[in-house]
Design a protein around this ligand. Structure first.
Ligand SMILES: [Zn+2]
Length: 153
């Protein structure tokens, strides 16, 4: 396990303790969700299509397990896909540029950057999405992961 994985594992152990769950939960490598790279590559559409085909949608929904917005409990069945970098701005229709969000939270990430309501969604270095709140909510704008990804990372 690398130092970064160790750090994430320690953080997940802290979360497990806070939630009253046993610390013998699976290690990050056993439970971390990522889009399967080979399947994702086959399903990726790049710049050829804005809308994700069913196979790509299934990969992203499987990875995210529901809305990636912090503390949201919306299931994958009611989620839409959001381009992290907008298609109109050169973003691709690939698993590493798409995240699952519910309709309510999709509207929050569509606010113009810089607006007091704008949330930024990004894919972290470990391949999992995280949300950055507007400065009015957190002046330091620290990234937050949804519960499912916090426990898996
Ligand atoms: Zn949501």
């Amino acid at each position: 396990m690398t130092a970064a994985q160790n750090h994430r594992h320690d953080r997940s152990q802290q979360w497990l303790a806070m939630l009253g769950l046993p610390s013998s939960a699976p290690t990050p490598s056993a439970c971390g969700r990522r889009a399967p790279r080979r399947a994702s590559k086959r399903a990726d559409r790049g710049r050829s299509a804005r809308l994700a085909p069913a196979d790509l949608r299934a990969i992203v929904l499987e990875r995210d397990g529901g809305c990636v917005f912090p503390y949201c409990r919306a299931s994958a069945a009611v989620c839409e896909l959001h381009h992290v970098l907008a298609f109109k701005d050169g973003g691709t229709t690939n698993a590493d540029n798409l995240v699952a969000v519910c309709v309510r939270h999709h509207s929050l990430v569509q606010h113009p950057p810089g607006s007091t309501e704008h949330w930024t969604i990004r894919i972290a270095d470990d391949g999992l999405p995280e949300a950055i709140p507007p400065a009015r909510i957190d002046p330091r704008q620290r990234p937050i992961r949804c519960d499912r990804h916090r426990l898996a990372s």
